[in-house]
Design a protein around this ligand. Structure first.
Ligand SMILES: [Zn+2]
Length: 162
């Protein structure tokens, strides 16, 4: 899995979102080492409060693949997804999530709440965080921490072979 390549593509989506006046967040969906969909935050452009980057990417993936079960999918997102987005990843049967920056106020992979690997749920996500964190922090200074880039490549859940 080419973590930094895919995260670079997600960062490009986030930069494009920022350029059009949205929050800087982007995502790419990867299946069998191929990027099958891209997404960027589109809340203002669409007037849809659910148009987060991960949701946009999941909808595009399902449309392109022609089915709703996205087993085997790994989604790369610049920012730790919110509860809605993690819920959508679980409901879509996605396997993995990789993000660059934690979101202390909304992140649902352990920062604000832990939904990605909750004991009470039957579905779980394999989560990798901290990929290209410094680059992401430049796009989202609101989420940059005083720890800077000290946390890189932290892995939770099942181990992932690079
Ligand atoms: Zn979200």
């Amino acid at each position: 899995m080419h973590y930094e390549l895919y995260m670079s593509a997600a960062l490009a989506e986030a930069a494009a979102a920022a350029a059009s006046g949205e929050r800087a967040d982007g995502a790419v969906a990867v299946l069998d080492e191929a990027m099958v969909a891209h997404g960027r935050e589109q809340i203002d452009a669409t007037g849809d409060p659910t148009a987060h980057a991960v949701i946009v990417a999941l909808r595009e993936t399902a449309r392109r693949l022609g089915h709703r079960s996205l087993s085997g999918l790994t989604v790369f997102a610049v920012v730790e997804p919110c509860a809605m987005c993690v819920g959508a990843l679980l409901q879509s049967d996605a396997d993995g999530l990789v993000y660059a920056l934690a979101d202390p106020s909304e992140g649902a992979c352990g920062s604000a709440v832990q939904l990605a690997n909750a004991d009470g749920l039957t579905r779980h996500l394999r989560v990798v965080s901290g990929i290209l964190q410094a680059e992401a922090a430049e796009l989202r200074p609101d989420l940059a921490t005083s720890r800077g880039v000290a946390v890189r490549g932290a892995i939770s859940g099942a181990a992932v072979a690079r």
